[in-house]
Design a protein around this ligand. Structure first.
Ligand code: SF4
Length: 105
């Protein structure tokens, strides 16, 4: 009985380890994905964001505040620039055409 329990625990441990390794590989593959948007689309998104910086809108500011709070916790936020897409976060968070490349918002 003890031997059977031990074998079951070993198998469970191996399955858990394999699942953790698989999840880690999937996460790494996701993080390596390139930003597929065209340069024109990126410029349009950021232009839209800067427009909303210059001409603030109450609803957009509310959305931007939520997004900025998420970006503030993100490891890709370096000096208020997203290292995943290269965009300045002041404009990116205010562009309603933009989304987080990691789907955090
Ligand atoms: S846009 Fe996404 S990836 Fe970029 S800093 Fe914000 S949360 Fe991080």
């Amino acid at each position: 009985m003890d031997k059977e329990k031990k074998v079951k625990e070993e198998l469970t441990g191996k399955v858990k380890q394999q699942l953790a390794e698989q999840a880690k590989k999937q996460q790494e593959a996701f993080l390596k994905q390139k930003d597929e948007r065209s340069p024109v689309a990126k410029i349009s998104e950021i232009f839209n964001g800067w427009k909303n910086v210059v001409f603030p809108n109450e609803e957009i500011e509310r959305v931007a505040k939520v997004r900025a709070a998420i970006c503030a916790q993100c490891e890709y936020n370096v000096k208020s620039r997203c290292q995943k897409c290269g965009c300045p976060l002041i404009a990116k968070t205010r562009s309603m055409q933009s989304d987080c490349p990691l789907k955090k918002w």
